[in-house]
Write a protein that binds this ligand. Structure first.
Ligand SMILES: *Cc1c(COP(=O)(O)O)cnc(C)c1O
Length: 346
């Protein structure tokens, strides 16, 4: 089986396991875990912020990041396909009283003008006031889209002018950085708070980090405990995250090359499904045309290729640390043949 459902399916490497096995640990609820401190400090430094908070998931770092800025009954703005809106099980509303409004977006690509149209701080006594804008980089459901730096800067300037916060769901911001050549710090400094996942392309088994000011991270730490996220000798996991930040960032270029090869193999057989030039990072979104995406997923699985759906007519393949370039190309051939066949039958 070639498993390209997500870049979360990777297993820790032998060297990563060694780093985990030898990690010094302590009780993190007492703030005594040296490996967690090392990870939090390194992540904060890399992203250009004062402090970091290590959490089990990116959903938790997003919930905490948005919660820092958005009081109950006020709103965060994001795009219609944002992970915070679609994939966090309504946590922002269900747990922290946040409301959410979305702007439309093609491929998740940020357009500052769309944000400007709907932003509404100090909306008065009859309308909900905007407290925060959240953007995603790379954009997951959009197909691994790298956000244009000028648009990020424009939205950042807008938020500053309006006195509202700017949060980055940077689950795959390392992919964005490697693809664009824009440093993690340059991206990071545009935002008040940033969430980065260690368990996606970076290949750690668990974890995300939220960065912001020391004061914000202190408050988020208390709220994390309130959500049941206070943990103990989690330094054994943080050591994997630190290892990933030191050793698995540059190699993301390999995943991007593999995604491109996959897309080219598909396009050679089913050109209507994908334009390989649109593949920017490690996510390939395939248009299944007249057939349900689930049918394509099932047919590919029969031939040893596991992929997922991100829409009724969109299949997603994600390249990662545990899939070689050859496997990605082979998966592309299988998917291309399936798509060509179903297209003909439809
Ligand atoms: C994976 C992901 C997250 C966090 O997901 P968890 O599974 O909760 O770690 C957040 N945002 C985006 C864009 C993601 O792809």
């Amino acid at each position: 089986m070639i498993d390209l459902r997500s870049d979360t399916v990777t297993k820790p490497t032998a060297a990563m396991r060694e780093a985990m096995a030898s990690a010094p640990v302590g009780d993190d609820v007492y703030d005594e875990d040296p490996s967690i401190h090392a990870l939090e400090e390194r992540a904060a430094e890399l992203l250009g912020h004062e402090a970091g908070l290590y959490c089990p998931t990116g959903s938790m770092t997003n919930v905490l990041g948005v919660w820092l800025h958005v009081a109950p009954g006020t709103e965060v703005l994001c795009d219609v396909n944002a992970h915070v809106a679609r994939a966090e099980m309504g946590a922002h509303g269900a747990l922290t009283g946040v409301t959410m409004r979305t702007w439309p977006s093609l491929s998740g690509r940020l357009d500052a003008a769309e944000v400007e149209k709907i932003v509404s701080p100090d909306a008065g006594p009859y309308l909900v006031s905007t407290a925060c804008v959240a953007v995603e980089n790379t954009h997951n459901f959009g197909g691994g889209t790298v956000q244009p730096l000028d648009q990020l800067e424009a939205v950042g300037a807008l938020c500053r002018d309006l006195g509202i916060a700017f949060h980055l769901d940077g689950a795959r911001m390392a992919n964005a950085s490697v693809a664009s050549g824009v440093s993690l710090e340059t991206y990071g400094r545009l935002f008040d708070t940033v969430s980065i996942c260690l368990s996606k392309g970076l290949g750690a088994p668990v974890g995300s980090v939220l960065v912001g000011t020391r004061e914000q991270v202190g408050r988020a730490r208390v709220q994390r405990k309130r959500l049941g996220g206070g943990w103990r000798q989690a330094g054994i996991l943080a050591a994997a995250g630190l290892y990933a930040l030191e050793h698995h960032v540059e190699r993301l270029a390999d995943d991007h090359a593999a995604a491109k090869a996959l897309a080219e193999a598909v396009a050679a057989r089913a050109p209507q499904a994908i334009d390989p030039a649109a593949v920017e990072t490690n996510i390939v979104a395939l248009d299944t045309g007249g057939v349900p995406a689930t049918a394509v997923v099932a047919a590919a699985a029969e031939q040893g290729v596991r992929v997922g759906t991100v829409g009724t007519r969109t299949v997603r393949a994600v390249t990662h640390l545990d899939a070689t370039l050859d496997q990605a190309r082979e998966a592309g051939e299988v998917l291309g043949d399936v798509l060509a066949r179903v297209e003909q039958a439809a």
